[in-house]
Each structure stands twice: as C-alpha cells, then as structure tokens.
Design a protein around this ligand. Sequence first.
Ligand code: E4P
Length: 198
Amino acid sequence: MKFFIDTAEIEEIKSLSELGLVDGVTTNPSLIYKSGKDFKKVIKEISTIVEGPISAEVTSTESKEMINQGIELAKISSNIVVKVPLTVDGLIACKKLSTNNIKVNVTLCFSAAQALLAGKLGATYISPFIGRLDDIGTTGLNLIREIVDMYNTYKKDIKTEVLAASIRSPLQVSQVASMGAHIATIPPKIIEKIENFG
Ligand code: E4P
C-alpha cells in the first residue's frame, strides 16, 4: 500500500521523505492556508522534494474555471495531480482533464455510486472521506470496502485507485490497508502515533 502525506508543511514532508515513507502528498486549500504560504509556491516547493504524485486542489466551483485552473496547476510540475470535488462540475472537469492526460484526484466522495461515476470518467484517484462519514454517524470504513470491491469487479475498465482520505487514527490506516485501498493519505501526526505506539 502507498502512503500519501496529508499536509502542506514543508518540514514535515522533508522529514517523512527522508524516512522513505512518502509515496505522494495530498494538499487542500485549508492545509495550504495553515502553512501561511502562497498556494502555487508551496506546491512547487513540495514538487522539488517529492517525486510521487502531489494533489493540488482547484478553488473554483464552476467546471470551465476548474479546467483552466487544473491546466495551470499541471504546468507546475509533471507529478501534479489536479484535485476536483465530487460535484457535477467537478466530474465535468475530471473528464476533460483526464482526456487531456492530466491526472485527477476526485475528492469529497461519500458514496460508492459517486465513486462509480468518477471511475467511469477517468479519475486517476478517488478519495472517499472516511473520517467525515464517521462524524455524521455512519461507518466510513464500509465505503472503502464497497468501492474496492466495485472497482475490482470492473478492473478491466476502471483503473481508478482508491485513496482513503480523512483518516483520523492509526487503526484506520491498517483497516483501509486490509480492505485493499491502494493508498492511504495520512496526516503526519497519525504517522507519528503509529511510530510511537503502533
Ligand atoms: C485528502 O485529500 C483530504 O485533504 C483530507 O484527507 C481531508 O481530511 P479531513 O476530513 O481531516 O479534513
């Protein structure tokens, strides 16, 4: 299983990279805001540290602008993955960007049916948000199992990888691994907990 690091903090990315634990990075507007730095500069800086995929999220909610932003983000470095929300506009942008060979991470996925749409429209990654599902009183982990099973059934046609997101505990990391998620994106503080207590 691949580990992506869910942060925009350069020092955290550097130290975990040195440890060999960073297969990729996911960022979002809140994480970039927390870093206190300019959005494109942070993404550029991360791309000089990490060779694997780096998700950079569009900020528009309208498909044409998402596509324009995605094209601009993809120019920053060859390993940029454009992150779009799972909305109708986001799915339109996913299709267009994927058709133009730009990798897309469809984020904010809350159901297997949504994941099916993203898969059919060429998403490179689907990000089901397990922690946020737990927050509203459902079991987020069930969604990982459903999507993994569904994509496996159609693996000839759907090449999308399951990127388990919104992870809140070390236990969830091993649980999504057991369920066959291709990737877990993990906040550095959760990795620290795994290192210290397992
Ligand atoms: C991943 O790409 C997301 O940015 C992240 O996992 C969101 O997690 P949260 O629910 O803790 O905000």
